[in-house]
Design a protein around this ligand. Structure first.
Ligand code: PGA
Length: 253
């Protein structure tokens, strides 16, 4: 089977753009209902990540074509870990995707690459789709390729993942790298993954809004976005609509 065929058959490698909404601690029924009214599209995949207690409600209310995603997972599959939620539990509530390695988890909860590797393996064992976040802090800007290489080292031959490149200095700051800078990193990540035997799609995350997504859509190598702040407002619907049009502004559907 050629690489292209494989990509069409494996849901991780759908050729559609993926828009993932990371709601962090923000969640309202109103926002969920608005998303629930979206119409399916051949060109776009939508993923919504509510806080844990709202996953079941989100799965019940959202149409099937929208994936529901957890924002975190326990690195261990069982044991005495108060307050944790395992990949098996996440799978059992029809949640199909998990974000791991978000910079807020790395920074505020001191998550290490060892934790992230364990989370990754645990999720893949449960056939959960993983969005692995990587990205350099501001003080590593000059050494960003080294920082990324280290973070990508959690991956192993044969794995399939979605990688979100999120420069830490762009998250929630309104700052965004130039298109050529993002393109360079996306190509670097894809190349590195190919060498490691890892199948990947690459998203960009960090201050994505309806004001800059039109420009970002010009990066052909990019497979979609992980969106924080803008995903908690009606801007998410605008972004989805903007990504669902071709270059001439026509809707794909
Ligand atoms: P932001 O967050 O869109 O608010 O910058 C992105 C993220 O944290 O994933």
């Amino acid at each position: 089977m050629c690489q292209q065929d494989y990509k069409y058959q494996n849901p991780i490698f759908s050729m559609r753009k993926l828009i993932a909404a990371n709601w962090k601690l923000f969640y309202t029924r109103e926002q969920l209902t608005k998303i629930a009214h979206l119409r399916p599209t051949e060109q776009l995949e939508v993923v919504v990540a509510p806080p844990f207690p709202y996953i079941i409600e989100a799965r019940r209310i959202l149409p099937d074509f929208i994936s529901v995603c957890a924002q975190n997972v326990c690195p261990y599959e069982t044991g005495v870990f108060t307050g944790e939620v395992t990949s098996k539990m996440i799978k059992s509530i029809n949640c199909d995707t998990v974000i791991i390695g978000h910079s807020e988890r790395r920074t505020y909860f001191q998550e290490t690459d060892v934790d992230i590797k364990n989370k990754l393996i645990s999720c893949l064992n449960q056939n959960l789709r993983v969005i692995l976040c990587v990205g350099e802090a501001l003080n590593m800007r000059q050494l960003r390729f080294d920082a990324l290489l280290e973070q990508l080292n959690v991956l192993e031959d044969g794995q399939s993942v979605i990688i979100a490149y999120e420069p830490v200095w762009c998250i929630g700051t309104g700052i965004i790298p130039r298109n050529d800078e993002i393109r360079e990193i996306v190509v670097f990540i894809k190349d590195r993954c190919m060498k490691m035997g890892v199948e990947c799609r690459v998203l960009y995350g960090g201050s994505v809004t309806s004001r800059n997504v039109g420009l970002l859509n010009e990066i052909e190598e990019l497979d979609g976005y992980l969106i924080g702040g803008a995903a908690t407002t009606d801007d998410l619907i605008t972004i989805i609509e903007m990504c669902d049009r071709d270059k001439d502004g026509e809707y794909y559907r």
